[in-house]
Design a protein around this ligand. Structure first.
Ligand code: AMP
Length: 263
């Protein structure tokens, strides 16, 4: 069984995970659950887009065999009975900006793995830190599931697909591909063994040309451990990870700096 965990409001990025799972497994199950424990106070839990009917049509068209769409009560019958923390990986970058976010992700994914017991689970590289956190979770708990990370699906202009892109105004949507352009500029500056500084500078300067962007963080990190890097050592699989606000919408993206491919 291949498993595709999602929060719904599905797009081509989710479809890529489902199609990869269908190709590699006898049965594919998707879940749709807007997980309350991964949202912080003041975040967009209440207004997170919910499009269940359209999601079910898409998943059926793709050939997904079953959909699990539980209620919060199904998943959390005993509130706060269990708490999972991965302090080494989960408190920096996304975790610093969104305290407790990955605790909620780790908790819900543990519960979903326990309920569905998939052979493989399909995750998007777009949420890069999430893939590292969940890999650690699976390793530390000896969970019998193989994680498969799928490259980021982008719009024609480079914007990574995201359920939150629908929050963008027309003007913001036009500005949004600057993130991708900045990542490409960073990658163009990357030299084997060289300093990460020119890459980060190129990224920031590109983003600064957009009047409505506010950078949250941009770091070059080790692609396995998330340690911040100062030099582009190929054995560290350096990856630039970033989050930026465009108006009130938070956009997330990343780019491996030394490997082929821009997804
Ligand atoms: P979400 O519904 O946002 O929680 O995402 C569910 C899964 O889809 C996660 O593993 C995401 O990383 C993945 N995903 C979201 N956007 C994309 C994208 N543009 N390309 C590939 N995977 C994605």
């Amino acid at each position: 069984m291949g498993f595709v965990p999602t929060m719904g409001a599905l797009h081509e990025g989710h479809a890529a995970l489902a199609l990869r799972s269908i190709a590699e497994n006898d049965i594919t199950v998707a879940s749709i659950f807007v997980n309350p424990t991964q949202f912080g106070p003041g975040e967009d839990l209440a207004k997170y887009p919910r499009t269940l009917e359209a999601d079910l049509v898409l998943l059926e068209q793709l050939g997904v065999d079953a959909v699990f769409a539980p209620t919060p009560q199904d998943i959390y019958p005993t509130p706060k009975a269990l708490h999972i923390q991965l302090p080494l990986l989960a408190n920096r970058y996304e975790g610093a900006s969104r305290p407790g976010h990955f605790d909620g992700v780790a908790l819900v994914v543990s519960k979903l793995f326990g309920l569905l017991q998939p052979t493989r689970a399909y995750l998007g590289r777009k949420d890069f830190q999430q893939t590292v956190v969940l890999r650690a979770l699976v390793e530390e708990l000896f969970l019998p599931v193989e994680l498969v990370v799928v490259p980021t699906v982008r719009e024609a202009d480079g914007l990574a697909l995201s359920s939150r892109n629908r929050y963008l105004s027309k003007a913001e949507r036009q500005e949004a591909p600057l993130i991708y352009q900045g990542l490409l500029a960073a990658k163009a500056r990357a030299t084997l063994g060289g300093s990460v500084d020119p890459c980060l500078r190129a990224f920031r300067e590109t983003l600064e040309t957009g009047p409505d962007f506010r950078l949250d963080y941009a770091e070059v990190v080790d692609g396995k451990t998330l340690e911040p890097l100062s030099r582009l050592a190929p054995e560290r699989h350096p990856i630039l990870i970033t989050a930026a606000y465009l108006g009130t919408t938070r956009l997330l993206d990343n780019m491996p700096l030394l490997s082929d491919g821009n997804a």
